[in-house]
Structure formats: structure tokens, C-alpha cells
Design a protein around this ligand. Structure first.
Ligand code: ADP
Length: 380
């Protein structure tokens, strides 16, 4: 049959847009081997054409399938997280409001001396709410949210990451105000050592890697990094309302060039005891399962020193299985079980869950974050 060209396929000539509106464009549609765009790609492009009926400058010469991928998979108009959903982190919320949300809402005031930085780095242990903060920024600032994991650029989009990055910044500039959230940004902007580690990881995931390696993989990841840095330099924070947020659990691996571009660097630490209690309460309340006393909550907070937000979520999940397991051991069949047959979640359920769900961050690692924060973190 006709050879399909997948995302890792051969070169596909870019769409020609000058002098054409999208409706007239005929182009080879990647992956289909057809001469016209399919409906969904066309719809994506149509949503991006300007008042003059043409694609904005930045999107010309970018393959339609990449624009479509960005619009459908990476872009999210309302990520549906608000400040109130995030426990604790008062310091980070205050800084972000001033540094990021106000400038996005009032670009007229935030110019000159007050002009915002182009990039924000959120660093800290995994599962502490960095992604939630990124989403909340987009929600609070009424901005379009773009989420991309840097490791997908290097593993899934092998050799094409650079083009995807161009498409990403191009679409974002048509969807302002925009927040581009790059998760695991260390894997994109790391020092050479990290690259080697990642190569090994990718190799383990995908053994066809060996063939690609011969195509000059290091060259392509170097190009990807360069393209990314160029895009970061390229947008103008005064006229363009695009904010780049990088998140990382490995800030130590960012090099000087990366640090220079991520001008604000905020530590997102493990949740305080109070924040842990809040997470437990709000998760159980959402499901109508909350019956714990204040003393129970205090005990849970004491027992969960060192747990991250996502550890807490896993703990609640496990504890909330307690009543169900118990009802089933009393001989009730799962298909006949009524919600009323289950007792509320108790402190004992949490005590058993604590045996199963251990904290995911070690004291050692915490120390390293704090050191890096002292050296490179923004305090205000
Ligand atoms: P990170 O990006 O720092 O790795 P996430 O923001 O993806 O972590 O958090 C993972 C999950 O853990 C969230 O979906 C949420 O359920 C829970 N969580 C983490 N931190 C918090 C927090 N501060 N408040 C409420 N929930 C949290």
C-alpha cells in the first residue's frame, strides 16, 4: 500500500500560505499521503488565521500537522485549577501573583522598570504542586495554557522536537495571553551529563534508538536546545504576552544559559503540616467521605512529615479503600454492596495506609533543593 508517514517520518514540504488563505491551501498532509488537508487540520488552521484571512507570519512554513498537534494535544483553554485548589504554598502564590498574573492582566502598567521577566522556574521535589501552579496561573490570568513535557520532545519527537518547539511558540503567539508550561525542563536545558543519562533512558524505552543514534542524535538534541533558547529570546515580553514556565525536580542540572533565561526561580517545597491536613480534608470532603475529628487530622499531619502533596493524595486513596475492603470481608458481594454498607474512613485506615504509601522524597534530596534555593532561588 501507500507508505504512511508517521510523526517520525520523512520530510514533508511545509504549507505555503503567502497569498493564499487556508481554504485554498493545498499541501501534502503529513501521515496521509494526500494532496489536501483533512478536515480537522483545516479547522485548526482556520481558527488561527488573522483578520486578513492569512496565517500569522510565525505559522507560515510550519507543517500543518504540527500546528494541529499543538492545538489539539498541547493547548488547553481552561485548565480548571484555581489558587483555592492548591494547599499551602502561600509564598509561591504571592510571588507568582505579583510577578506573573498582574503583568498578564495589566500589560499597560507592567512595562519599563516593571516589565516582567520572560521566564519563571518552579523547582522542588516531585508532586508538590508545580503543575497545579502553572495551570492556576493560566486560569487566574485568563490565559491559554500550553503544557509540554520536555522529555517527550526528546523521546517521542526524536529529531522533530525543534520543529515542534517552533510550532509551539508560533501557536502561543496567536493565542495570547499564553502560558507555556515546560515540565522536566532540565531534560531540555541540562548540561551534557544529563543528556547522557537521558540517552540511556530513551535507549531502554525504545531499542530502535540504535539506528537513530547513527543519524546524529546528539546533533539533533543540541539543535533542539538551541531552538528552544532562540524562541525564549525571540518573544518580546513588552508586546507579546507569553510567559514561559519551566518546572523541574532537578534544578542542579540546569546550566548557566538556562538559569539566565529563567529569571525568577521559585522553590516549591513539600507541604507544611497544615497543608497536608487541608489536602486530606478536601479530598475526602469532595467525595462526601469526611468524618474525621480535628484530633484525627492532627494525628495524620504528625504521621505524614515529609510526604509530598501527591504522596498525600495516594495516602487518601489507599485509606479510603479501608471501609470498602472491610465491607467485602464481611461477606457482602461487590455487586450488591450499597454505599450505606460502608463505614466512614477512620484514623486507623490512615494508619494502615501509611504502611503502604511511603514518602517519595528523601531528606538528602530535600537538602539539595534547599541548597540550590539559597544559591539561585528568588526570595521575593
Ligand atoms: P509537580 O508538578 O510538582 O510534580 P503536581 O502539581 O502535578 O506536582 O501535583 C500532583 C498531584 O498531587 C496533584 O494533582 C494534586 O492532587 C496533588 N498535590 C500536589 N501538591 C498539592 C498542593 N499543594 N495542594 C493540593 N494538591 C496537591
Amino acid at each position: 500500500g501507500f507508505p504512511r508517514r508517521g510523526i517520525r517520518g520523512n520530510f514533508v514540504p511545509p504549507i505555503r500560505c503567502s497569498g493564499n488563505n487556508v481554504g485554498n491551501v493545498t499541501s501534502r498532509n503529513a501521515g496521509k499521503g494526500e494532496d489536501t488537508l483533512d478536515d480537522s487540520t483545516r479547522r485548526c488552521l482556520e481558527m488561527l488565521v488573522g483578520p486578513d484571512g492569512e496565517l500569522p507570519e510565525k505559522l507560515r512554513n510550519i507543517e500543518p500537522r504540527l500546528i494541529e498537534h499543538i492545538s489539539n494535544e498541547i493547548m488547553n483553554r481552561d485548565p480548571n485549577v484555581r489558587w483555592n485548589d492548591i494547599a499551602g504554598l502561600e509564598h509561591a502564590k504571592r510571588c507568582v501573583t505579583e510577578m506573573v498574573i498582574w503583568p498578564l492582566l495589566r500589560p499597560d502598567i507592567f512595562k519599563g522598570c516593571r516589565s516582567p521577566g520572560r521566564g519563571l522556574l518552579l523547582f522542588g521535589p516531585p508532586g508538590t504542586g508545580k503543575t497545579m501552579i502553572g495551570k492556576a496561573i493560566a486560569g487566574e490570568a485568563k490565559a491559554t495554557f500550553f503544557y509540554i513535557s520536555a522529555s517527550s520532545l526528546t523521546s517521542k519527537w526524536i529529531g522533530e522536537g525543534e520543529k515542534l518547539v517552533r510550532a509551539l511558540f508560533g501557536v502561543a503567539s496567536c493565542r495570547q495571553p499564553a502560558v507555556i508550561f515546560v515540565d522536566e525542563i532540565d531534560s531540555l536545558l541540562s548540561q551534557a551529563a544529563a543528556q547522557v543519562r537521558m540517552d540511556v533512558e530513551t535507549f531502554l524505552k525504545d531499542f530502535t534508538w540504535l539506528q537513530r543514534k547513527s543519524e546524529g542524535e546528539h546533533e539533533s538534541s543540541r539543535r533542539l536546545k538551541t531552538q528552544f533558547l532562540i524562541e525564549m529570546e525571540g518573544f518580546d515580553t513588552v508586546s507579546e504576552q507569553i510567559l514561559l514556565i519551566g518546572a523541574t525536580n532537578r534544578p542542579q542540572e540546569l546550566d548557566e544559559a538556562a538559569r539566565r533565561r529563567l529569571t525568577k526561580r521559585l522553590y516549591v517545597p513539600l507541604p507544611s503540616s497544615e497543608a497536608r491536613g487541608w489536602i486530606v480534608k478536601s479530598l475526602l470532603e469532595n467525595d462526601g467521605l469526611f468524618k474525621l475529628s480535628d484530633e484525627d487530622i492532627v494525628s495524620i499531619c504528625k504521621l505524614t512529615e515529609g510526604y509530598s502533596g501527591s504522596d498525600m493524595k495516594n495516602l487518601v486513596k489507599d485509606a479510603s479503600m479501608g471501609p470498602l475492603r472491610e465491607a467485602l470481608t464481611h461477606g457482602i458481594e461487590i455487586t450488591k454492596l450499597k454505599k450505606e454498607d460502608m463505614r466512614p474512613v477512620t484514623l486507623q485506615d490512615f494508619e494502615s495506609a501509611l504502611q503502604e504509601v511511603r514518602p517519595s522524597v528523601s531528606l538528602n534530596e530535600l537538602g539539595a533543593y534547599e541548597d540550590w534555593n539559597k544559591q539561585f532561588g528568588s526570595l521575593a
